[in-house]
Ligand binder design. Structure first.
Ligand code: BG6
Length: 521
């Protein structure tokens, strides 16, 4: 029933989308703009209906106005609303408390009558854009009400976080699997919907130059940074219980590690790809709580300045405990113990209230042998392949070349490709489209989720049990705590600045920069 059944070229089957949490933040900021874009691009199923479910007592008309204003307010570019009236005819609303089983009878009647009026098959995509603590209850209510007993297909889309440790994730999975099969569950990690994260696979497996060097013979280290300038925003109640390890590392950061480190799949098919990704997590060295302090740095932002504005420290943020120990920054040195990667550190770091907003992956190639002529002073820059995920999208490759007009001066030059992010579909657009087609390649499978927790849990334990992992503070607007720099310095490495940070090239004397600018495109 897995990938073999998925036909890329098949028409998207007609279906209704039953969206729980229809008046929430995620729905208005991301989901309606994404659905409307798909509608405008004729990428929704030919027959499609959206039924929003939330507690508000909206009528259909009021809900349509709500959807309209969400699209107007939150679309990435100024949306063309001329086809909204047509789109709104596909939109319905049912006010209900999703935790109460008795409220599902009316919902079922509504969905059935909409399907009947539209003459469409009973294919239902249930999307839970709500707090994870409700997932299990809603799934059970869906089952007991008969909404999931269908002639057509049923699918479930859920947001992260999937549990808060392995045990709770396992329990949640059991609850969901009581109602949905694994191949019907689409667990979202929105990083997998990012254009450049998806592009990693193409870069690696559509270019013959990379495979021969994509290993520990040629690569010195891999660095994955996801830095944000925002603080905790209005999410303290969630973030206080999560922290960066659960919020970013367990999911987004490890997903990027998997995409970089996976073996070529036997076929470019969903399960073949996910099988290879999961093997990376199986080879990922798990630190015992005692070892953790040597490889992991946790930090929390204190007051500082971001983009020229003074900002408060994490502990002074609204609804945050004034003695909170929640980490807003993580840096770690990971090892993937297999033949391809043995000995190559994968450095990851992520933090809030850092200097710039950027997600980047740097593949740093090995240094040239020290005695070689061009490297006699040991100053030759290593080659780097940089995959810029966000907000700038592109690829950057740094090489060494002769400075024009000199005999032997070697300078780093850059070959750069950038693509306009506005041409890339937004993550949710892509993920909706895939879920509607039944393509789960860029969703996370249960074994990935569970192994990711098994990696992160001992780190959290080491921190909670105070086994040498201490919280380091960093001023808002910086690149994180000093300890994160020392972590790499121990290996004779350093973090490469992400786009927008003061770069190593910028620190070079003028002529080198000028030469670089000439060859950049
Ligand atoms: C979310 C986290 O999953 O990802 C947020 O919960 C974080 O805390 C966000 O801000 C970052 O996503 P992006 O796409 O802006 O890098």
């Amino acid at each position: 029933m897995f990938d073999e059944d998925f036909d890329e070229n098949a028409q998207i089957p007609e279906q209704s989308l039953i969206l729980f949490g229809a008046t929430g933040d995620l729905s208005k900021r991301k989901l309606y703009p994404a659905l409307y874009r798909l509608f405008q691009k004729h990428s929704l199923p030919k027959t499609f209906r959206l039924v929003g479910v939330a507690r508000h007592g909206y009528s259909n008309e009021e809900f349509r106005k709500f959807v309209r204003s969400s699209i107007e307010t939150y679309s990435r570019e100024d949306p063309d609303m001329s086809s909204f009236d047509e789109f709104s005819k596909l939109v319905y609303y049912r006010g209900a408390d999703a935790t109460k089983s008795e409220e599902y009878g009316e919902l079922k009647k509504l969905v059935e009558s909409i399907e009947k009026d539209a003459g469409m098959a009973q294919n239902r995509l249930f999307y839970l854009a709500m707090a994870p603590r409700f997932f299990g209850t809603v799934a059970l209510n869906l089952k007991q009400s008969g909404l999931t007993q269908l002639k057509g297909f049923k699918r479930l889309v859920i947001e992260k976080p999937f549990g808060r440790d392995y045990a709770s994730a396992q329990q949640l999975n059991d609850e969901l699997c009581d109602v949905f099969n694994e191949d019907e569950i689409f667990r979202i990690d929105h990083y997998l919907g990012k254009e450049m994260v998806q592009n990693i696979e193409v870069l690696r497996f559509a270019n013959s130059i990379f495979e021969p060097v994509w290993n520990n013979r040629s690569i010195a280290n891999v660095q994955i940074t996801s830095s944000e300038t925002v603080g905790v925003e209005e999410r303290a109640s969630y973030y206080e219980r999560a922290g960066a390890l659960r919020d970013m590392v367990q999911n987004h950061m490890l997903q990027m590690v998997m995409m970089i480190a996976m073996e070529p799949p036997s076929r470019l098919k969903t399960e073949a790809i996910r099988d290879e990704k999961v093997k990376v997590l199986r080879s990922l060295r798990r630190f015992s709580p005692k070892e953790t302090a040597s490889h992991v740095v946790l930090g929390q932002y204190s007051k500082g300045s971001v983009d020229g504005s003074e900002v408060v420290g994490y502990r002074q943020e609204p609804n945050v405990d004034s003695a909170s120990a929640t980490e807003t920054f993580v840096a770690a040195r990971l090892f993937i113990d297999n033949f391809r990667w043995a000995g190559v550190p994968f450095y990851i770091r992520t933090g809030k209230r850092m200097a710039v907003k950027a997600t980047e992956i740097v593949i740093q190639f090995k240094d040239m042998p020290k005695h070689l002529y061009f490297n006699s002073d040991g100053n030759l820059s290593p080659n780097r392949l940089v995959i810029r995920v966000n907000p700038k999208e592109g690829i950057y490759f740094s090489l060494n070349a002769k400075r024009p007009g000199t005999d032997e001066t070697v300078i780093p030059i850059a070959m750069e490709f950038s693509q306009a992010p506005e041409n890339s579909p937004e993550s949710y657009e892509r993920l909706f489209y895939d879920a509607m087609r039944g393509d789960s390649t860029f969703f996370t499978r249960w074994d990935e989720v569970s192994l990711a927790w098994k990696f992160v849990d001992p780190i959290i334990e080491a921190y909670q049990e105070q086994l040498g992992v201490e919280l380091k503070f960093y001023p808002a607007g910086t690149s994180g705590p000093e300890a994160a720099h020392r972590l790499l310095a121990q290996d004779g490495a350093h973090w490469w600045p992400v786009f927008g940070e003061k770069s190593a090239l910028e620190q070079q004397p003028e002529p080198a920069r000028a030469a670089t600018e000439v060859v950049s495109s």
